[in-house]
Write a protein that binds this ligand. Structure first.
Ligand SMILES: Nc1ncnc2c1ncn2[C@@H]1O[C@H](COP(=O)(O)OP(=O)(O)OP(=O)(O)O)[C@@H](O)[C@H]1O
Ligand SMILES: O=C(O)C1=C[C@@H](O)[C@@H](O)[C@H](O)C1
Ligand SMILES: [Mg+2]
Length: 172
């Protein structure tokens, strides 16, 4: 018998840009020996860089493509990090109602340095004020899908992974 944490899969990470969904998701998957799916990466592999999709086709088209990829990913036995705006889609929120969902939270002051130098299209014209406005608009959506939330502002990725396995997991 080992003490590898065990999780019911899929398990889904949601939250605003820079909350750590990709970093934490990758580490969580490695820690439980599960595949990792980052829906933003899957979109980029299939359709090209996200900022180019926004530039060429606009946000509405991006959300259609994102929904397709999210629909597919949520059927996989994996740790799944969703894009920050995936919860905008009604069908995605319906799907999440039956799954374990972790909401990674972060304060504006803690996220600001994490976002520096990024290419996130929705922050191209607004920086941290825009990030805060987007979060406030989406807060009720994150709240409605989440089973568990963690403030990542002053918490290491390793601690966050332990929080998640402690809350949802057993050991094997
Ligand atoms: N708990 C943490 N403490 C400090 N830095 C962190 C933490 N989690 C993530 N980071 C850093 O913050 C940045 C953003 O993290 P990450 O890309 O995982 O966010 P995200 O939620 O996936 O964002 P997006 O929605 O834009 O994809 C990265 O540089 C990452 O290394
Ligand atoms: O919050 C958002 O709407 C986004 C977050 C990123 O993960 C990407 O999915 C994209 O940049 C849009
Ligand atoms: Mg990410």
């Amino acid at each position: 018998m080992s003490d590898t944490p065990r999780l019911a899969l899929p398990i889904v990470l949601v939250g605003p840009m820079g909350a750590g969904k990709s970093r934490v998701g990758q580490r969580l998957a490695a820690s439980v020996g599960a595949p990792f799916v980052d829906t933003d990466l899957r979109i980029a592999e299939r359709y090209g860089p996200i900022e180019e999709i926004f530039d060429r086709e606009g946000e509405e088209y991006f959300r259609i493509v994102e929904r397709e990829v999210v629909d597919e990913a949520l059927r996989e036995e994996a740790v799944i990090s969703l894009g920050g705006g995936a919860v905008l889609h009604d069908d995605t929120r319906d799907d999440l109602a039956g799954l374990p969902v972790v909401w990674l939270q972060v304060s504006a002051s803690a996220v600001a340095p994490r976002l520096a130098g990024g290419t996130r299209p929705l922050l191209a014209d607004g920086g941290i004020e825009r990030w805060s406005a987007i979060l406030e608009a989406r807060r009720p959506l994150y709240e409605s899908v989440a089973d568990f939330s963690i403030d990542t502002s002053r918490r290491s990725v390793a601690r966050i992974v332990d929080d998640i396995t402690g809350h949802f997991g057993g050991t094997r």
